[in-house]
Design a binder for this molecule. Structure first.
Ligand code: ATP
Ligand code: MG
Length: 544
């Protein structure tokens, strides 16, 4: 799928045509404070695909100006996710690489009388700031002389003050209708080691000051971000202008992507991980790219999904069904269709010789011959799914096995159930059946019809497996409700069973269709003695 025409593409076309820019340069600027989620995929795909259309380039720039939450492990994880999506940044950069230049530009602003050191604490600053309907008040420190400001800012950098004791603020307009223009803080003091610059700095620039400077230094032409930055654009432009940046980038905003019954904010995803409510960022229920990957989603399914949601300035919440449809469409044709029996019930075919195994050639997919064939085993002991047996045939619609009823074991023979073995508690533990040798699949005319067609695996050759089934993490899409209360208690269910021998050497993330059960991917934790599969999605949408 390709990027549809959208408003940003139109702007780029015009900018190139009018000579406003000579090439398109975009950037993806994640903060390395958590793993990326599928919402970020919209930002990544938009930036890279737009630049690609115009033969431009896209940088990956880590927005690491807040050392409190950032960590190098996240840097590596983010790089890997972008690579997995199939993109190669023109350059990999760090906002912290520009701390020197950013500091010098803050000094420039002070020299122009456009920035001052302020002693108000956070609470006081909030009071002075005013409200949406009420102008703010000037800080009592607003009229410090340029030389005093230069001296104090230097002392801030030299570590003379505690965290929060002083800030550097842009001197703009405390009565501006846009709150972001009411003398925003552009530098704050944080005495903490930075993942990239260590202890070199104890003052750090704010996003609104650092970002336009970084964009300008890198020659970014179109700085794309999500819509909540809309009312920061005026400050972005102010910084570019007042810092006399030689290159003038422009900011454009697009709507955020959300998915129903999912949480899509790094802060909450982090909370889920840190409170052990999920296993880790790569838990197959997580909307992180690493979680979706482990679940079995393909790169193309994610890309097609994101591209299919289009791009506008409005935030959108897309049904998780759409994501499932995307993976189903991608896998339906390309994966092998094989047998897995979940919740197994033992069946003994009493008229089949002991210690004899028969191998039957079966194609992997009747829709895709190129996948070839494999041999499936048939013998005296097989497993079927418990769900495929009911003691008494309940009604005409029941097209499975019951006492005295005959069904076809898919690709093999008709079997008839003659006797049920129960344990002392009355649970069915085994079925005694007989098979009819003349009913072998593909052997031509048979004088009767079976009561359905069920799948099976042969007991002595099949491999013991665990199947993880998932439901959405959240019970609803109401982001205003408490996250823990919204957690779906049934989001992870584990079933036991067996897969046919053909899967004995399956490797991590190999994907299959398990006949009648859904699409699955082999988990990282899968071992030869106990295979582990994650269900990606069911075969058909269960959407009502
Ligand atoms: P979150 O709000 O989930 O914590 P963030 O916006 O703080 O995420 P950043 O690392 O700052 O995370 O995001 C990098 C880029 O990805 C930003 O340009 C941001 O606008 C964009 N982005 C983040 N979430 C989404 C989303 N759900 N849909 C579209 N773009 C997003
Ligand atoms: Mg952010």
């Amino acid at each position: 799928m390709e990027l549809e025409s959208n408003f940003i593409k139109t702007i780029m076309e015009e900018d190139l045509k009018n000579g406003k820019v000579s090439e398109i340069v975009t950037r993806f600027p994640p903060e390395p404070n958590a793993y990326l989620h599928i919402g970020h995929a919209r930002a990544i795909i938009t930036n890279f695909e737009l630049a690609k259309i115009f033969n431009g380039k896209t940088n990956l720039r880590f927005d690491d100006t807040n050392p409190v939450k950032e960590d190098s492990s996240f840097v590596e994880a983010i790089k890997e996710d972008i690579k997995w999506l199939g993109y190669e940044p023109a350059q990999v950069l760090f906002g912290s690489d520009y701390f020197g230049q950013t500091y010098d530009l803050a000094v420039t602003l002070i020299n122009k009388g456009l920035a001052y050191v302020c002693d108000l604490n956070q609470e006081e600053m909030r009071e002075y700031r005013g409200t949406l309907t009420e102008a703010g008040k000037n800080s009592p420190y607003r009229n410090r002389s340029i030389s005093e400001n230069l001296q104090l800012f230097k002392e801030m950098r030299d570590g003379k003050f505690e965290d929060g004791e002083k800030t550097l603020r842009a001197k703009i307009d405390m009565a501006s209708p846009n709150m972001n223009m009411r003398d925003p803080v552009i530098y704050r003091i944080i005495h903490i080691e930075h993942h990239n610059t260590g202890n070199k700095w104890c003052i750090y620039p704010m996003y609104d000051f650092a970002h336009p400077i970084q964009d300008s230094i890198e020659g970014v032409t179109h700085s794309l971000c999500s819509i909540e930055y809309d009312d920061h654009r005026i400050l972005y432009d102010w910084v570019v202008e007042k810092c006399d940046m030689p290159h003038i980038p422009h900011q454009y905003e697009f709507g955020r992507l959300n998915i129903t019954n999912t949480i899509m904010s790094k802060r909450y995803l982090k909370q889920l991980v840190e409170s052990n409510l999920v296993k880790w960022y790569d838990d197959p229920r997580m909307p992180t790219l690493t979680g979706l990957r482990r679940r079995g989603y393909t790169r193309d399914s994610i890309k097609n999904f994101v591209l299919g949601t289009g791009l506008s300035r409005i935030n959108s919440t897309v049904s998780s069904e759409m994501l499932e449809t995307s993976i189903r469409n991608d896998l339906n044709y390309q994966v092998k269709r094989v047998n897995a029996v979940l919740n197994p019930l033992k069946v003994t075919i009493t008229n089949y010789p002991e210690n004899e195994i028969e191998w039957i050639d079966v194609e992997y997919s009747k829709d895709n011959e190129a996948l070839g064939t494999r041999k499936i085993a048939f013998g005296r002991n097989v497993y079927i799914e418990k769900e495929d047996f009911l003691e008494l045939k309940p009604n005409k619609k029941w097209k499975r096995l019951s006492l005295g009823i005959e069904v076809r074991l898919m690709h093999a023979y008709f079997i008839k159930c003659n006797e049920i073995v129960k344990d002392s508690e009355g649970n069915i533990v085994e079925l005694l059946c007989t098979y009819d040798p003349i009913t072998k699949s593909g052997s031509g005319f048979i004088d009767r019809k079976p009561n359905g067609n069920i799948h099976f695996v042969e007991a002595t050759t099949s491999r013991k497996s665990v199947f993880n089934h998932f439901e959405p993490l959240m019970l609803d899409s109401d982001s205003k409700r408490d996250m823990v209360e919204r957690l779906n208690p049934n989001s992870w269910k584990t079933l036991n069973g067996f897969v046919e021998i053909d899967l004995k050497d399956t490797y991590s993330l190999e994907r299959f269709q398990f006949i009648r059960n859904g699409y699955y991917a082999t988990d990282y934790d899968s071992k030869k003695e106990l295979l582990v599969f994650n269900r990606i999605c069911e075969l058909r949408s269960s959407f009502k």
